[in-house]
Design a protein around this ligand. Structure first.
Ligand code: HH2
Length: 276
């Protein structure tokens, strides 16, 4: 617990859940190609668990802007063997937009559907698993061409609460809402959402946030590394931890990150408690 300059208590009563990103893709924006082989993916999952991850998020389709669409068959081939191998030693989420993949992933041991399409609330209710409903305007192929909102914070919030309530009414129990940083949003939109993140923390649904290494941070940090242009994705550690810390200090419950060890330290220090 910390006191704000106004003397208000910023209550972080327990460390946020740290979700470690495991992209088993050749083309993810930061870790693409590194863990495409199942053995490398499983080793990475073990490493993130040893660094304090609470759950591993396995994804088989990059959703970076303009990413190539992969077929469901390819996505299944990528994620299912890894989920089967990781689930015996770690809680697993599946990061997918496709119902067929989500179903197979749950059968293979995943207990959370991390859904960047925010469309699988009914499935999560049916399968009795957790569901992260993330906001995206458009789809990955075109979402960054001309994102438009009248009031990004109000629109994203309303959309997520509507989806989450529908799922809850169908019986879904563990539902998170996630504003979807970088998904059909300009840098300005992303920064407005982060600045207003406490408005999403209403107590009705826990909030998840994924700012890790994203391009908004790279643009903010531009030239901080002495190189022209955005700071490279793997050189955004401190910026990523800072953005996650900001979110956690404002009550965010789950942070989806590449850099588990550093983020876990921030979560523990903010809460003044170590869960292990
Ligand atoms: N961001 C990405 C993917 N999945 N899920 C949630 N809930 N929130 C996010 O912000 C989010 C997400 C994109 O990042 P990454 O998986 O690292 O890259 P890629 O889409 O290129 O695989």
């Amino acid at each position: 617990m910390f006191l704000t300059p106004e003397g208000h208590v910023a209550a972080v009563t327990k460390p946020a859940t740290v979700m470690g990103i495991l992209n088993v893709t050749p083309d993810s924006f930061s870790d693409g190609g590194l863990y495409a082989a199942p053995e490398a993916a499983v080793a990475r999952a073990r490493q993130m668990m040893s660094e304090g991850a609470d759950i591993i998020d396995v994804g088989g389709e990059s959703t970076r802007p303009g990413a190539e669409v992969v077929g469901v068959d390819v996505e299944l081939q990528r994620v299912i063997p890894v989920i089967e191998a990781v689930a015996p030693f770690a809680p697993v989420a599946v990061d997918t937009r496709h119902e067929e993949v989500a179903r197979a992933a749950v059968a293979a041991g995943a207990t959370v559907i991390n859904d960047v399409s925010a469309s699988m609330g009914p499935l999560a209710a049916e399968l009795d698993v957790g569901w992260i409903a993330m906001h995206m305007q458009g789809d990955p192929a075109s979402m960054q061409q001309a994102p438009h909102y009248v009031d990004v914070v109000a629109e994203v919030r309303e959309y997520l609460l509507t989806r989450a309530r529908q799922a809850r009414n169908l019986g879904a129990k563990n539902v998170w809402i996630d504003p979807g940083f970088g998904f059909g949003k300009t840098m300005e939109h992303n920064l407005q959402l982060l600045a207003a993140i406490d408005g999403f923390v209403t107590g009705e649904f826990p909030v998840a946030v994924g700012t890790s290494r994203k391009s908004t941070l790279g643009k903010l940090l531009a030239a901080s590394d002495g190189v022209d242009g955005p700071t490279a994705a793997d050189d955004r550690l401190e910026g990523s931890v800072t953005s996650a810390t900001f979110a956690m200090l404002h009550g965010v419950d789950l942070v989806r990150v590449h850099d588990v060890k550093a983020t876990k330290q921030a979560a523990i220090v903010l809460a003044g408690a170590n869960p292990s």
